[in-house]
Write a protein that binds this ligand. Structure first.
Ligand SMILES: *[C@@H]1O[C@H](CO)[C@@H](O)[C@H](O)[C@H]1NC(C)=O
Length: 355
């Protein structure tokens, strides 16, 4: 939600590369402050998508940070207006709708509108977060959320938001990452004999089991559903040994369907405890028809490091979007944009995508 808003404003306002980078840091900071506060109590209404609740708020911060004429009052109004523009429901993991993709765009656009309205002099409620009918109450996050937000702003070091960003190893829900990673490690054991799997036990956190779309046996006919389902992700990883767009689209594969129906999801209070410390452990147990058991445990998601993220970018960007030379130029420009007097070279490269 933050980076698209930052790129759009950088282009419109002719920002320097330094302004662009600062705006991204500021956007992440506010999105993480609100996101952590919203998740704090564990009671936040799960019908609303977290990215939708926090997105416009983060995107409004983008403009605030880079605008040399910004005042504290105008900044508060921009954020307050953005808090009113929280949107995005969690029906899509069940029904497979593509609105998951519009949530982010809507948030970016709303953040920019909030920033523009505040800059033009429109005022918002200063108690929009903690008030009687403010955001924390509206989304059922309780007063704990407001306290946590206040503390975060006062005490955290600047940059903690963007530096805490983690990168998922597979496309799909955050909550399926460790189970899928463990299943990929167990693939070698069951390759060729997956027809003899009797039971697949996925031990995970209560949050993962209860999150919309995660505990789902299908039927599936959209990637929005398969990318959320613990059962689908684990079964596909065991069967194919890799998870890519192709693996997410095997809606009618009988072998896969058989495995999905043999999955059971269990939760562990120890894992729930670990989740409060930011880790997402998982244990996977596979029982074969002859009684053999295979199991694997992982303490957390094997998050990607910066090299792996660049590698992923190379793969995705060069598969149809850009030629290999442009991909390298884009990476170079991202590394050096901070010292550029404007962002025109970056936009030129982005716009050169194949049509
Ligand atoms: C900031 O204010 C000055 C003085 O009013 C004005 O000239 C300038 O265009 C403003 N800059 C932006 C980015 O709005």
């Amino acid at each position: 939600m933050v980076i698209p808003a930052a790129l759009a404003l950088a282009q419109r306002e002719k920002w320097t590369g330094d302004q662009l980078l600062r705006s991204i840091v500021g956007g992440y900071e506010m999105a993480v402050a609100l996101g952590s506060a919203v998740r704090r109590s564990g009671t936040c209404n799960p019908h609303f998508r977290p990215s939708g609740i926090i997105g416009a708020f983060g995107a409004a911060a983008v403009g605030i940070v880079a605008d040399p004429n910004m005042t504290a009052d105008k900044a508060a109004s921009a954020l307050g207006l953005a808090a009113n523009m929280a949107a995005g429901l969690n029906e899509w993991p069940w029904a497979g709708g593509q609105e998951i993709n519009t949530h982010m765009g809507t948030a970016s656009r709303s953040g920019i509108s909030s920033f523009d309205l505040a800059r033009a002099g429109m005022l918002s409620s200063k108690t929009i977060l903690e008030g009687k009918d403010g955001l924390f109450q509206a989304y059922h996050c309780g007063s704990e959320g407001a306290d946590y937000f206040r503390e975060f702003i006062k005490e955290s070091e600047l940059g903690i938001g963007v530096m805490g960003v983690k990168f998922k190893p597979v496309a799909g829900c955050n909550l399926i990452q460790t189970p899928v990673a463990a299943a990929l490690r167990l693939h070698a054991k069951v390759a060729g004999v997956s027809g003899q799997i009797e039971r697949i036990s996925i031990v995970t956190t209560t949050v993962a089991k209860e999150y919309p779309g995660c505990d789902s046996l299908g039927p599936f006919d959209k990637v929005q559903q398969t990318k959320m389902s613990l059962q689908y992700g684990v079964s596909a990883a065991l069967l194919y040994g890799r998870i890519n767009e192709h693996a997410y689209r095997q809606y009618d594969n009988a072998d896969l369907e058989r495995l999905v129906q043999r999955c059971i999801i269990l939760t562990s209070s120890e894992f729930d405890e670990e989740l409060t410390r930011g880790r997402q452990p998982c244990q996977l147990k596979i029982q074969m028809q002859d009684g053999t058991m295979y199991q694997d445990s992982m303490p957390d998601v094997p998050w990607l490091g910066s090299q792996a993220v660049e590698e992923r970018f190379r793969q995705e960007a060069s598969s149809g979007l850009y030629d290999a030379t442009t991909v390298e130029s884009l990476l170079d420009e991202c590394h050096s944009v901070g010292s550029r007097p404007d962002c025109s070279r970056l936009f030129e490269l982005i716009a050169s995508r194949r049509t």
